[in-house]
Design a protein around this ligand. Structure first.
Ligand SMILES: *[C@@H]1O[C@H](CO)[C@@H](O)[C@H](O)[C@H]1NC(C)=O
Ligand SMILES: *[C@@H]1O[C@H](CO)[C@@H](O)[C@H](O)[C@H]1NC(C)=O
Length: 326
């Protein structure tokens, strides 16, 4: 009996079956399975759905060894695409925000490589065409962290990643939207409503509250109501009372919908969205789903949940174990 078991256990057919199952799982089923557990945010028809993509950081053409590069790019692009397709279906967004570090080697690569990466980017993050889009750059795209922000790359970025916004069309009649670049203190108005304003959203690649006191003071004084940021690859929420001098941080739960009010009568909220790439050295990756619903002329209800992604490195480990077994 034991002998027979050993024989089956070691037979090629058995190992082959395991390999087929693990390929089916990792390359096809895992994302679908995970998406079954994503929280659904129920909103009425006057709510706006926003899908937030942080730090996809598409692998470039220089940092990988030449023989790893093509496979690494292929695998990581595919991972981003599978997750994004699911997130798109799940959130049915009116607006998709890309919070910077879209590519990894924007700063260190050539302009041709920048264009090649942008082309791959638009193939990966293929939308239905009806979503509004906001692209902001991060330090890996145009610099800023340990060097100056490069104006030529900023222009290139705008040309390759054009935003399209008309917030009044998606029930955000009274909302304006600014891009804050903390690295050079540039504040750009991305969208302004024609009516009286009640929400002011700031999008920033780097988190503002925990690190940039001067910027926080500035956006707080201009009555901002919501900040969205990325950069650290982890999920956090920061809150500051309107007239308070300090802020508080809380970790965002991964299986939960957070809900709260935003507006000038409510605390300033910052949501930091984790990376969607498995290459960033963190165990948990996700897309972010934000739903904004009007409450009254001054206030909106914001609901936020993470759409977690499978752990690609565990899948690759299983492949390696199975292949060494053969
Ligand atoms: C924005 O949307 C509104 C409402 O649908 C429309 O009236 C307006 O023409 C649009 N503006 C632009 C610039 O497309
Ligand atoms: C911010 O809101 C306060 C109170 O509503 C108002 O007095 C002030 O003028 C506003 N500041 C800006 C820059 O909108």
């Amino acid at each position: 009996m034991r002998k027979k078991f050993r024989r089956i256990f070691l037979s090629y057919r058995f190992v082959l079956t395991l390999i087929v199952i693990s390929i089916l799982w990792s390359e096809w089923l895992a994302v679908k399975f995970q998406a079954l557990f994503w929280e659904k945010i129920n909103g009425k028809s006057d709510c706006s759905s926003v899908l937030v993509v942080a730090d996809p950081q598409l692998i470039g053409y220089r940092n990988e060894p030449w023989w790893v590069g093509p496979i690494a790019r292929w695998d990581s692009d595919r991972y981003l695409q599978m997750g994004f397709n699911r997130a798109l279906q799940h959130s049915q967004p009116d607006l998709i925000m890309y919070l910077g570090d879209l590519i990894d080697e924007g700063l260190t690569g050539s302009l041709d490589e920048f264009e090649m990466s942008a082309k791959r980017f638009h193939q990966i993050f293929k939308t239905t065409g009806s979503e509004q889009l906001l692209f902001i750059p991060g330090d890996n795209d145009i610099g800023g962290e340990t060097e100056y922000v490069r104006e030529d790359l900023m222009q290139k970025f705008k040309q390759l990643f054009p935003s399209y916004l008309n917030l009044s069309k998606i029930n955000l009649h009274a909302t304006d939207l600014h891009f804050m670049n903390v690295f050079n203190s540039e504040l750009l108005l991305e969208y302004s409503p024609k009516t009286v304003l009640n929400q002011r959203i700031i999008v920033s690649h780097a988190p503002i509250m925990k690190a940039w006191n001067n910027v926080l003071e500035m956006v707080s004084n201009m009555n901002s109501t919501l900040i969205l940021s990325a950069h650290d690859h982890t999920a956090w929420m920061y809150t500051k009372e309107r007239n308070g001098l300090t802020w508080q941080s809380t970790a965002i739960r991964w299986d939960h919908v957070w809900s709260g009010f935003i507006g000038v009568d409510h605390p300033l909220i910052e949501i930091q969205i984790p990376t969607c790439s498995y290459r960033m050295g963190v165990a948990n990756m996700a897309y972010g789903h934000l739903v904004l619903c009007p409450v009254d002329g001054r206030t909106m209800q914001a609901s936020f949940t993470l759409l977690p992604l499978p752990r690609r490195y565990s899948q690759i480990m299983i492949y390696i174990v199975l292949l060494t077994w053969v």
